[in-house]
Ligand binder design. Sequence first.
Ligand SMILES: Nc1ncnc2c1ncn2[C@@H]1O[C@H](COP(=O)(O)OP(=O)(O)OP(=O)(O)O)[C@@H](O)[C@H]1O
Ligand SMILES: [Mg+2]
Length: 366
Amino acid sequence: MSSELHVDQLRKVFTTGKPPVEKAAVDNVTFTIAAGEIVVLLGPSGCGKTTTLRCVAGLEHPTSGQIRIGGTMYTDPQAGVLVPPRNRNLGMVFQSYAVWPHMTVRQNVAYPLKARGTPKAELEKAVMQALDLVELASYADRPVTQLSGGQMQRVALARSMVYQPQILLLDEPLSNLDAQLRLRLRDDLRQIIKRVGLTALYVTHDQTEAVVLGDRIGVMRDGKLLQLDTPREIYNHPADLFVAGFTGASNVIEGRLVSNDGAFGTVAVGDNQRLTARLAAGVKVDAAVKIALRADNVLMAPVTEGPNRFRATIDAQHYQGTQTVYQLGLLGARIEAMEVGSSARFEQGATIEVGLPPEICWAYPG
Ligand SMILES: Nc1ncnc2c1ncn2[C@@H]1O[C@H](COP(=O)(O)OP(=O)(O)OP(=O)(O)O)[C@@H](O)[C@H]1O
Ligand SMILES: [Mg+2]
């Protein structure tokens, strides 16, 4: 049944090219996934998400580090331990629809149980349960080639769960689907995984997917795990400027820290103005700081109370129907702000008052 996963000081170095160059695709990554928990690894292309997942699967041999599943050591290269993938009892779903084209839906899902010599009655019951779960019971006898992409991916999911793996590994399973289907299956996936209570490691570069699916999100960059936290923590207290930017806080205001009052501090910005910001670790008085700010966190007029109220000019207005994105001239920087709704209250050229509540201004070492 579902188990805890421990990844400890995982490192994978690839050597490529002539002359050979070494590069750490995974660089001392440590994390634990509790039994029944869904953890999503999120990060830009090439940051080491797939390599981490492949190490857990046993498909990749790490350079060093340890991987334990349910208390059993599966990977420990220093001690010569490398349990092969087939003996790890893991379910895997990949980007491409890895279904067998010459089989029906039922035969595809039954395959892993057959390979394990499961008795017929038990097999049939488990297959129907798995198909019910992904809502494909009425398609059981269809050849998989007559399914849509989303249905094929649900077959792959049913097949990866039918033998009750200890851990489910998913590598961008939705990225080949069209936008609408991707949204639907995204919401379904979490429910399905939760209903079975599986421990899951899910890899994606899509932030919304990570937020919707994950109990916790691990943000990676250049092989390193920068922050592993609940979606709320990642979105409200990003650990560094990269995590802030990658999860959408792409506005940056440069300044200098004037005073440090503990959790918050005063920053000199723009034309000798003062802004109160929440301070990340490592910021120092008199040193440069960079303040990250989400477009959707900027309060637009009328703002009549609270600290951090400033004049801003509307330099551009991009009406998008259900929301409007504005380019603001604010504190000497170009700042994006977002207004939800179809009304677009501010015209280009206008001057307005905006509010930047201190708790949404995150100051990092500049
Ligand atoms: N077999 C390999 N040989 C050499 N380098 C590799 C190999 N596999 C991956 N890499 C490198 O390791 C790094 C991490 O690759 P990985 O596939 O884990 O990234 P990723 O985060 O999954 O990216 P994507 O979002 O594009 O799938 C990349 O720089 C990649 O080029
Ligand atoms: Mg990948």
